[in-house]
Design a protein around this ligand. Structure first.
Ligand SMILES: Nc1ncnc2c1ncn2[C@@H]1O[C@H](COP(=O)(O)OP(=O)(O)OP(=O)(O)O)[C@@H](O)[C@H]1O
Ligand SMILES: [Mg+2]
Length: 226
């Protein structure tokens, strides 16, 4: 089973901690899809995009919040594996010190966790900017997923844009599902196909595509029928 959702371009250009009402309905469907997948044994979901700024972090943060709200009995973990341009921490007003990078350097130290909501935790990137995930770190990343699976039902991982950086391709074989954010008017069909192929060839499964920042030029009641 796979999912395709479309998010409107909202008026909110800043990184919001609060849920954005205009996209809440679609985010709930992405959360529902992830919850369904979790029921079939899939735990780890990697979020990426083709180019920079297409919305991977925003979609992950909003989905995680909805998932945690709708499933109070489940525990959700977010991991910021975008060491190039970490941003998840700022969505939740947390500093990016001590995080994934520290874990990968010294896995025996345990998971450096921050609590965002009652049942929603975050492992920040642990670097300001300019880091990268090496293929040699994949074993430790798998270890992180195994360790996290003891305490969390679902793990949502953010990563950099795949056309520009290799990080998501490195992580692809370690996760159960990949969700790709594509913003309206940014990438050509050819580039999107190349990115999906790179992730798939690496052993990943692209199970979700979110078409982001769609402009509502056609009235919604007509758009839904075409
Ligand atoms: N549907 C939307 N409507 C309005 N603004 C949006 C939408 N989606 C994303 N944005 C805004 O666009 C900016 C870039 O989004 P975001 O940081 O999620 O992209 P990204 O893919 O994670 O970028 P990066 O490559 O830096 O990791 C943010 O300020 C975000 O709030
Ligand atoms: Mg991001």
């Amino acid at each position: 089973m796979s999912i395709y959702r479309e998010l409107l371009k909202t008026d909110t250009e800043t990184t919001p901690t609060n849920l954005i009402p205009a996209i809440r309905g679609e985010i709930e469907k992405i959360a529902g899809f992830i919850d369904y997948q979790q029921g079939t044994g899939k735990r780890s979901f990697l979020f990426t995009a083709t180019e920079r700024g297409e919305g991977s972090t925003l979609i992950l943060a909003q989905t995680a919040q909805v998932l945690a709200q709708l499933n109070k009995n489940k525990r959700i973990l977010m991991v910021d594996a975008n060491l190039r341009y970490p941003a998840l921490h700022s969505h939740f007003g947390i500093s990016s010190e001590r995080g994934l990078l520290d874990y990968l350097r010294k896995p025996n130290g345990g998971l450096p966790l921050h609590s965002c909501q009652e049942n929603l935790d975050l492992v920040v990137a642990g670097v300001k900017e300019g880091g990268q995930l090496e293929k040699s770190g994949l074993g430790d990343f798998r270890r992180l997923l195994t360790e996290a699976a003891d305490n969390y039902d679902t793990i949502l991982i953010d990563s950099p844009a795949t056309r520009l950086f290799s990080d998501a391709v490195v992580l692809a074989p370690a996760v159960d599902c990949i969700i790709l954010a594509i913003a309206a008017g940014v990438s050509s069909k050819g580039i999107v196909k190349t990115v999906i192929k790179a992730l798939t060839d690496a052993g990943g499964e692209v199970t979700g595509i979110v078409f982001n920042r769609r402009k509502d030029e056609i009235p919604p009641f007509i758009y839904r029928r075409i």
